[in-house]
Design a protein around this ligand. Sequence first.
Ligand SMILES: [Zn+2]
Length: 293
Amino acid sequence: MESVAEQFLKKLEYMKNKYAKKMLLTKKSEAEYENPDKEMCDIFNRRVGNLNVADGYNCEKCKNRGGFMRLSENGNPVFHACTCMNARDMIKNLKSSGLADYITKYSFENYIATEPWQEELKKSAMDFVNDTENNWFFVGGQSGAGKTHICTAITAEFLRQGKKAYYMLWRDEATKIKSLAAEGEKYEKAIFKLKTINVLYIDDLFKMGKDQSGKVQRPTTADINLAFELINYRYNKKNLITVISSERNISEIMEIDEAIGGRIFELSSKKNYAVNISNNLSKNYRRKAVRVI
Ligand SMILES: [Zn+2]
């Protein structure tokens, strides 16, 4: 893919050609212009761009062109990116992260900690996002205890810090990737982003469907292989951040596969970012609204 700088270099070439044509049309020689490069910059800076169409962000300063052309000290036209490009990058990042719909709902501010275990979970999550070292965060156990909420808040904070992040809902994404297993290149492409993205949030790791008798199925060999490929790759690249939530706690994951559980445990417990919420029905938000009689 072209970088913003490459796109603008192309635009610059285009402007030069357009300018040359204009000179021909008006039958003026280059010498008749006081400073052709300066004029070219002015033409560029008067243009109205359309970056806002893609991201909905309107910038009065650069009129949505994304930057300005100015003459450098030695008289060459140089492109300067507008400050709005930071905001545009973040919007793009958020959209491709898969979290756009949840980000305002599942914030740290909206996570109301009324019980000590909730305070602890929130504190651990906030320490994690402020940690300058790249670590892993794991929260397991108890369905409906707000694990997705806290992990989304973590991921959103990393997006705000300018990191690239991706939300992987395990069951959906694993099904998609496993279906590509026989198609080498497509499979590699699908898993590559998950392996290499700066921040990966795996929601509901090893969440399985129920079989015909209503029993929750065990992860298959294909599930375990996929999880291992992903976890092991990220484990070996020390600059990647991984956030994992699961209804299974660490020892249950270890029972499924020791290598996977061991790696998650090692990197998340290093600084106390491994949290197991014990099974207790009162911790289930979804049940809380229902009076148990
Ligand atoms: Zn701008």
